[in-house]
Ligand binder design. Sequence first.
Ligand SMILES: Nc1ncnc2c1ncn2[C@@H]1O[C@H](COP(=O)(O)OP(=O)(O)OP(=O)(O)O)[C@@H](O)[C@H]1O
Ligand SMILES: [Mg+2]
Length: 486
Amino acid sequence: MTERYVLAIDQGTTSTRCILFDRRATVVSMVRAEHPQSYPRPGWVEHDAARIWRDVKRLLARVLRDAGVESSQVAAIGIANQRETVVVWDRESGVPVAPAIVWQDTRTESLVAQLPNISEITGLPPATYFSATKLQWLLDNGLRERAIRGEILFGTMDSWLLWNLTGRHVTDVTNASRTMLMNLSTLDWDDELLSLFGIPRAILPEIRSSSEIYGFSSVLPGVPIAAAMGDQQAALFGQTCFAPGEAKCTYGTGGFLLMNTGVVPVRSRHGLITTVGYRIGDEKPVFALEGSIAIAGSLVQWLRDGLGLISTASEIETLAGTVGDNGGCYIVPAFSGLYAPYWHSEARGVIVGLTSYITKSHLARAVLEATGFQTRDVVDAMNADSGLTLTGLNVDGGMTADNLLMQIVADVLDVPVVRPMVAETVSLGAAYAAGLAVGYWSDLRDLRANRHPAGRWTPALDPDRRAAEYTSWRRAVECAVFYGQV
Ligand SMILES: Nc1ncnc2c1ncn2[C@@H]1O[C@H](COP(=O)(O)OP(=O)(O)OP(=O)(O)O)[C@@H](O)[C@H]1O
Ligand SMILES: [Mg+2]
């Protein structure tokens, strides 16, 4: 019998990956392409959606060629994607009518400041992060007439790729839950929100589950497109966090901690997001609480590209490892404001505690520690909201290659940190959801059996020092918030 596989597309903020998995969740072949980040003005971040689609097509062909696998051997394709990013395209020609506005973009700060309280409907705090004000901005800036005439379509990145792959205008419910246009109780677009943002329903995709056959690929003929999920929800699924209370944190461009809360949405009282975790076919949706950190790995990229203090991301570990502590220096990377649990759109980054003693090694260490402290902020909120105490943290993503960072996270949180064998959990989650939809895997137990921890870090920091360091971090956060207000 010929071996069969499942293919995942991970359309991320900085790059797109295509990964071929076998039944035991082994990576058979992986290809990746970076795409340009465009920063036309301070606070603006844009992508070229047409370019991203061309990358996807090219990578799909290449991943199969590299593995010597025919498209007839692919049981299904699943998509995981950067969330909230807004794409608008021409219904007839399929050409994007504006640059895609990326989730990190803060151009809509003034629109957000005018919002009434809609958190009860959406599960989201008011922030530039989500799609609604970005779409509103595009319509306000020249596209409203075309939207009313029904000439253009809106979608998040999943929807854009699904439209190109299958010709259908659909989205999955996890992505829809990040637009700020979906009602978390009905799981449908909300008329009150649509009129608030001035968005005609006709331009919106149909909301579907995360795991079902949406259509068949134009690129690999005959292969079903059978899953779509926001990348962070996909990582939750890929880490097989199927039971309430199970959580993971993914460290890529940003950092995203999600905890499965079961079939009932839990409303946060401590600055977290209530979001859809996943929905398998007609089953009940599973919800999650999320703590979103805007800047994690991208601070390492800034140290490399913005400051030129390192030449590759992995050099940060060596540099930071030359000093035993931060020398009193803290960096709060509020480049796009502060997300969870603070939600200050106007906060801006600060470096505090500078003396002539501080070297680039201390800065490197402060960069890694910023990720640790931001995780602590989110974990404290998660514990308070869920009434549970996190006893360990499952991690994944590109930054988890950094062993020093993993130790810092364990030290700051005072819980063990565990990394799985397959670090590409975003892709794995998309593959799992697609494989389930076509019967490649039979149920969640099948998926659980593939879970293998590969690295573990235990806390080794003196409790007094942990407390003192965290207090200093919170003071630095106050500086970042204060700076945004002056
Ligand atoms: N050894 C390392 N130490 C610290 N950070 C690292 C290391 N290696 C990579 N990174 C950071 O991790 C990030 C890449 O992680 P990953 O590949 O998971 O991101 P990504 O999936 O491309 O992100 P996104 O999906 O948001 O595009 C980069 O921001 C990079 O700076
Ligand atoms: Mg990613």
